[in-house]
Design a protein around this ligand. Structure first.
Ligand code: HEM
Ligand code: CU
Length: 563
């Protein structure tokens, strides 16, 4: 059991934190300040990705629309998907983890503070490199017009679409290099989380007393470290194919396009869990606190996260059912895909059992947690359909898949992120987000999300392919698409409400106490916001709910004290 170094001079942390000027922020190695920079940067990219989603939806609102050219459409949906995944969801969890993991385990910082700063700075750098593709001008290439612009081969960067023969713009190279930088950032972050959680837990915090959010970050970090090298190597080989004429993937030169898919999905299925396990973690913190009950089945909850992570490595071929692999291989991966539903079911059951009979308080964090449960359940179920070989042949590459990704990533990950924002806002800022606006935000987002993504299932069954820039009006897809576009704007309004709430709340006085929700875990044992050195005293942990233990002891003492 690792013990925190209690002798570390507080002055050192105070000095590190002294400067709040621009230079102080640019040079900080404090995990909390780094986390805040993570949160602002990734939220910025969320807005950019969201604006691109609206552009997509305006283009598709009616048949034969000419709002975007087909080339622009390809670029916009590529940059939308890539931004949402690599510049928003994955790094926003790294940001929240950065703030909270050291606090929740009673540590003073991350294990490698300077590496931590590097992880952060690689994100704006990767984003700038990727987005600079928008500046690449049109050229003539071997007598053909090359339209320029950023990457346009989808977030998956499939070969041959990214082969030099098909994707001539240098924007595609910038996309690859930018993504590479983002991959390095998350690898460094993953190593840092592992080192921190393994070595810097407070006295008494055994693995059996680790908060579930920290469990989720631990396993997410392991996935990042094990899986990201596959993305990195796929991207590197792709870049070599494009730039120096190697023949890994491009079939025109005798390479194997299927090989790219294997390498890519060996990373990208686990990446789905990199995006959603931390949401499982935060939901597992919020539901017990707002139900006033201990989490149901703690051990099963931790074990099921680990099981999902292991199984997550052997389901990836379900993305490739239509590539003509041997049937026995397909059947194996269909089977594993169904099996991964079991640990996921254990989690859903345990969350519901935690709420069962509890005195539930529907504050905004809890609303988002409940929204997560419902939406992620739909995303899980329409995913099981995709796991069936017969059904996948029908709906592969249609809007059914777009519906599925968004129920998982928007209904799951994004709802989880907002649950975390509302839950931890008082800890980070010393202020509350306004409850009325928070509830308005929730309901608009919940309704907008279902208006947008539920009808996409129908579009998929009607045969509308994904990644098409427009469609003929005799298809009968127009009305559903108009409804979807309306829903997208409802989501946009909900996010605007959140931003207004943020601005208003930041101007309000600091009234949040240390432990506003009557929490369980150590981040509530220090002040709101915490001092640079995190804790005035060294923490000792005797159970899964150390802060509740102390609160109960205090209540008992004051009840027993003579009046
Ligand atoms: C306002 C909310 C959003 C709307 C209206 C929206 C809309 C869309 C649409 C219509 C497509 C399909 C484009 C096509 O295939 O032609 C798409 C693709 C995609 N979206 Fe979203 N989206 C939203 C939010 C998100 C979020 C939050 C994430 C992830 C965290 C996300 C991840 C993706 C991905 C990965 C793709 C696939 C891109 C590709 O095919 O390469 N989206 N989105
Ligand atoms: Cu998958």
């Amino acid at each position: 059991m690792a013990v925190m170094d209690a002798t570390l001079p507080r002055a050192r942390f105070a000095r590190v934190d002294k400067s709040n000027g621009i230079l102080g922020w640019l040079t900080t190695v404090d995990h909390k300040k780094i986390a805040i920079m993570y949160l602002f940067t990734t939220f910025f990219f969320f807005i950019v990705g969201g604006i691109m989603a609206l552009l997509i939806r305006i283009q598709l609102a009616e048949p034969q629309n000419t709002f975007l050219t087909p080339e622009q459409y390809n670029q916009i949906f590529t940059m939308h998907g890539t931004t949402m995944i690599f510049l928003w969801i994955i790094p926003v969890w790294a940001g929240l983890g950065n703030y909270m993991v050291p606090l929740m385990i009673g540590a003073r910082d991350m294990a490698f503070p300077r590496v931590n700063a590097l992880s952060f700075w690689l994100i704006p750098l990767g984003g700038i490199v990727m987005y600079s593709g928008f500046l690449v001008p049109a050229t003539t290439h071997a007598g053909l017009l090359c339209p320029g612009g950023p990457g346009d081969a989808g977030w998956t960067g499939y070969v041959p679409l990214t082969g030099a023969h098909y994707s001539c713009s240098m924007g595609q190279d910038l996309w690859i290099i930018g993504l590479h930088l983002l991959g390095i950032s998350s690898m460094l972050g993953g190593i840092n989380f592992l080192a921190t959680i393994h070595n810097m837990r407070a006295k008494g915090m055994t693995w059996g007393r680790l908060p579930l959010f920290v469990w989720a970050q631990e396993i997410t970090a392991a996935l990042v470290v094990l899986a990201s090298p596959f993305l990195a190597s796929g991207l590197a080989m792709n870049l070599l194919d494009r730039q120096i004429g190697t023949n890994f993937f491009d079939p025109v030169n005798g390479g194997s396009a299927l090989l790219y898919q294997f390498v890519f999905w060996f990373y990208s299925h686990p990446a789905v869990y990199i995006m959603v396990l931390p949401a499982f973690g935060i939901i597992s913190e919020i539901i017990p606190v707002f139900s006033r009950k201990p989490i149901f089945g703690y051990k099963a909850m931790a074990a099921s996260i680990a099981a999902i992570a292991v199984l997550g490595f052997i389901v990836f071929v379900h993305h490739m059912f239509v590539t003509g692999l041997p049937l026995v291989v397909q059947t194996f991966f269909a089977f594993t895909t169904f099996v991964i539903g079991v640990p996921t079911g254990v989690k859903i059951f345990s969350w519901l059992a935690t709420m069962w009979g509890g005195s539930i308080k529907y504050d905004t964090p809890m609303l988002f947690a409940c929204g997560f449960l419902l939406m992620f359940l739909i995303g899980g179920i329409d995913g099981v359909y995709l796991g069936s070989l017969a059904v996948d042949r029908l709906v592969h590459g249609t809007y059914w898949v777009v519906a599925h990704i968004h129920y998982v990533l928007f209904g799951g990950s994004v709802f989880g992120v907002f649950a975390a924002f509302y839950y931890w806002f008082p800890k980070v800022t010393g202020r509350f987000l306004n409850e009325k606006l928070g509830k308005l935000h929730f309901w608009l987002m919940f309704i907008g999300m279902n208006l947008t993504f539920l009808p996409m299932h129908a579009l998929g069954l009607l045969g509308m392919p994904r990644r098409i820039a427009t469609y003929l009006d005799n298809r009968g897809w127009g009305d559903i698409n108009s409804l979807i576009t309306f829903g997208a704007f409802v989501i946009a309004i909900s996010i605007t409400v959140f931003m207004i709430n943020f601005v208003i709340s930041m101007r309000a006085p600091k009234t949040a106490p240390d432990d506003p929700w009557e929490g369980n875990t150590l981040e509530w044992a220090t002040s709101s916001p915490p001092p640079a050195w995190n804790f005035d005293e060294e923490q000792e942990v005797l159970s899964l709910r150390p802060v509740r233990d102390k609160r109960m002891a205090r209540k008992k003492a004051s009840a027993g004290a003579p009046a």
